[in-house]
Design a protein around this ligand. Structure first.
Ligand SMILES: C=C(O[C@@H]1C=C(C(=O)O)C=C[C@H]1O)C(=O)O
Length: 385
């Protein structure tokens, strides 16, 4: 290298030697050295990933022999928890999780592959949730309705489905909750997704007259709409992606959409404003539905569906049962039974796993007070957004 002045500070008449890219020779050497070190680490990472893949292959072979599931959420919860402890906050936790989600996604592929159904088309929040949980190495099948997602899993066309259960500001997704009443599918895992809605259009914002979106998102952005577009016509769509398709098709009529910004890229819209949801930490809890029971992870939640007799004090007895066993109730909601008018089912989420004390004993006792008790699933209550 020419003109190197190692260790000397440049005087006014001998300016620091600069290379074409604006770096001194020392900086260029340091950069090259660091990048060589990174190359070396990357080579080691790939070798380690190859070794990991061999072990995953072995796990897959053992599972195939007794027909046990490829997706083992409790093992993933334990693994990600251990990695977070090893990381000790050096890398951002969400980055490490995202990296490992893709490594695990690769494992699914190596073990024979997974097919996941979600409410499509591509670009919906359900699509994002499915990608977050299962990564890019699984086959993701868009469905037209939540019922279709349940049916796909029920008929074995998909091993798992991803459906929204509740939103932090809009509450329950009642259409999904009602499907659990007649379905035999289980909740195997949950996905918390931070929902950051965007305003998207192919037209300038002052031309907007119509706002398309899924009713859940129209609810999550209610105050924003009243402030910014009080006179806009609000049109509900079956998904946020459908809203963006219509915003593109009906641009000349002043159409725009609210939803997942990925749709803007997919359908040629501009993102006119980000984060239009009323609640800053707007989060939707999605369920992974399937046919398997998830083992305890150490920090679980159990979702129950109960029906009780129309007698004074029955609901109080149910609540009392949880209280006596020291179980924290996270959520309780009633929905029409849809069998008899003015008869209800209750959706209850409680802390703990159905196979572990004290929830196990609570459920045994609870059965005496309920005309129906269905355990929708016990699964890790992680709070990753
Ligand atoms: C490898 C396994 O299968 C899947 C992949 C995992 C991984 O890559 O670490 C973990 C759990 C399973 O969902 C396993 O069950 O251990």
């Amino acid at each position: 290298m020419e003109n190197t002045h190692h260790g000397e500070s440049p005087s006014p008449d001998t300016p620091a030697p600069q290379q074409k890219n604006g770096k001194t020779d020392e900086q260029t050497i340091a950069l090259t050295k660091a990048r060589l070190a990174i190359d070396e680490v990357d080579a080691q990472i790939v070798e380690l990933l190859k070794t990991r893949a061999q072990w995953v292959h072995e796990v897959g072979r053992i599972k195939k022999a007794d027909n046990s599931p490829i997706f083992v959420p409790e093992r993933e919860t334990a693994l990600l928890g251990k990695l977070n402890r090893l990381n000790a906050g050096v890398l951002p936790e969400s980055s490490l999780q995202a990296i490992y989600r893709e490594i695990i996604s690769c494992s699914f592929f190596l073990e024979g592959g997974l097919t996941i159904a979600y409410l499509g088309p591509k670009g919906t929040w359900s699509h994002q949730a499915a990608l977050k949980q299962f990564g890019k190495s699984c086959e993701l099948i868009p469905c037209q309705s939540f019922k279709d997602v349940f049916d796909m899993v029920d008929r074995g066309k998909a091993q798992y489905g991803v459906v929204p259960i509740e939103n932090s500001s809009e509450g329950s997704v009642t259409a999904v909750m009602d499907l659990f009443v007649t379905s035999s599918l289980k909740i195997c895992a949950q996905i918390n997704l931070n929902i950051r809605n965007s305003l998207m259009a192919a037209i300038p914002r002052e031309h907007i007259r119509i706002l398309y979106s899924h009713p859940q998102v129209l609810g999550q952005t209610r105050d924003w709409i009243l402030r910014r577009y009080p006179n806009a016509e609000l049109v509900e769509t079956s998904s946020t992606t459908k809203a963006s398709i219509l915003a593109k098709e009906n641009a000349a009529m002043g159409a725009a959409s609210l939803g997942c910004p990925l749709a803007a890229e997919l359908f040629g819209l501009n993102i006119l404003e980000e984060d239009v949801q009323d609640q800053a930490c707007n989060t939707t809890r999605f369920a992974v539905i399937g046919r398997q029971d998830t083992r305890p992870s150490g920090r679980d939640r159990t979702s129950l569906l109960i029906r009780i007799q129309h007698k004074p004090g029955t609901l109080a007895e149910v609540i009392d049962c949880f209280q006596r066993h020291g179980i924290n109730l996270i959520r309780i909601e009633s929905r029409p039974s849809k069998a008899i008018n003015w008869e209800y089912v209750f959706h209850i989420d409680a802390v703990g796993h159905a196979l572990e004390s004290p929830l196990r004993e609570t459920l045994e006792e609870l059965e005496q007070h309920c005309s129906m008790l269905k355990i929708l699933g016990s699964y890790a209550d992680t709070d990753v957004v």
